[in-house]
Write a protein that binds this ligand. Structure first.
Ligand code: FES
Length: 351
């Protein structure tokens, strides 16, 4: 459509004062003004889909009961970036969700590497990886997240127990690139159980196995660290607890740790859960989580981290007063059953 500005000038270069165009111009300007007074259109916010389709490019045995998986996009495209300490929330073909630390090279944007230790008494995720996954298998995962960030420091002490080497390995390599003064103590039952030994820079790595050196004395390990070291620790729950107990806060040293298993329940009281869909009532003892008890009755209930931060185990809370034990569990009508409990009596859940 032609606008009033498109009217050709007359022979003297003046715009025509044609009454039709004057009226059209007034109308056009009026429409523009009305438009500018309207509130801006509000577009609905769409949730961002952070799901990645992945394929197992390579599986390797790294230790007696540890396999590593290299995962890439089916079309080979670049993957979202990650930093040392990051993890991948993987959905296995069975639908189980499990979190695995990224243990490859963050500069490699074409593949992620994770490693999985077989846990015979676990929830079945590690057995599924070891016994059923093969190269070429399709998986999905959430984009990497990081709950164990690696900070730039001059000095580090890394403490890794068993499969706890997975988040520590990229940190060690980052510390080496930074030119930092670092030392790693890598513990485990036997040498054969320790993955990635051949990737650890020699000279700064001390391997201590239970069969050769006995159970490590965490207080002695910490005492040997520089006074201003950043201590990064990942391993089984008893190791983390021992390091935390031995660490003296208040000095220049800092302690950073990541658990692979839930923290022990502190000040737990027994309570009951009613599963509304079946009417079953379950007793939760003081020293067990609601999730553990529910899993005995409903083995397919979804969970992943068992520590309150992934949200996988969230269920609707239909009745009862909750004792919420994690900052990410404030919603009044739902409950993270891996950590939260009843403040007394019974909780009724939509399960
Ligand atoms: S399993 Fe992750 S929050 Fe409960």
């Amino acid at each position: 459509m032609t606008s009033p500005a498109d009217v050709p000038p007359d022979l003297y270069g003046r715009r025509a004062r044609d009454p039709f165009w004057a009226a059209a111009s007034a109308f056009f300007n009026g429409v523009q003004r009305v438009r500018s007074l309207r509130p801006p259109a509000v577009r609905p916010v769409r949730p961002v889909d952070r799901t990645l389709a992945l394929v197992v490019q390579e599986m390797r045995r790294e230790a007696a009961d540890v396999v590593s998986l290299r995962l890439g996009a089916p079309d080979g495209r670049a993957l979202p970036a990650w930093q040392p300490g990051g993890h991948l929330d993987v959905r296995l073909p069975s639908g189980r969700r499990r979190q695995y630390s990224l243990c490859g090279d963050p500069a490699d944007r074409r593949s992620y590497r994770i490693a999985v230790r077989r846990l015979p008494g676990g929830g079945g995720g590690s057995r599924e990886v070891h016994d059923t996954l093969t190269e070429g298998a399709a998986l999905t995962a959430e984009e990497p997240r990081n709950a164990f960030p690696f900070l730039a420091r001059d000095r580090y002490l890394f403490l890794a127990g068993g499969i706890g080497i997975t988040p520590i390995l990229p940190m060690v390599q980052a510390a080496e690139r930074l030119g930092a003064d670092w030392r790693l103590v890598y513990t485990g039952r036997t040498r054969a159980s320790l993955a990635f030994l051949d990737e650890l820079p020699a000279g700064r790595t001390e391997v201590r196995t239970d069969d050769e050196h006995g159970v490590p004395d965490c207080a002695a390990l910490l005492a040997a660290a520089p006074a201003d070291a950043a201590v990064y620790c990942c391993g089984p729950a008893p190791m983390i607890d021992a390091v935390r107990a031995a660490f003296v806060p208040g000095g220049p040293a800092t302690l950073h740790y990541e658990r692979f298993a839930p923290a022990p329940i502190v000040d737990g009281r027994p309570f009951q859960i009613e599963l509304a869909r079946t009417g079953a009532v379950l007793d939760v003892p003081a020293d067990r989580s609601a999730l553990d008890v529910i899993r005995e009755k409903a083995p397919t209930v979804a969970y992943s981290c068992r520590q309150g931060f992934c949200g996988t185990c969230r269920v609707s809370l239909l009745a009862g007063d909750a004792d919420r034990r994690h900052p990410s569990d404030p919603a009044p009508d739902s409950l993270l059953v891996c950590v939260s409990r009843a403040s007394g009596g019974k909780l009724t859940l939509d399960l």
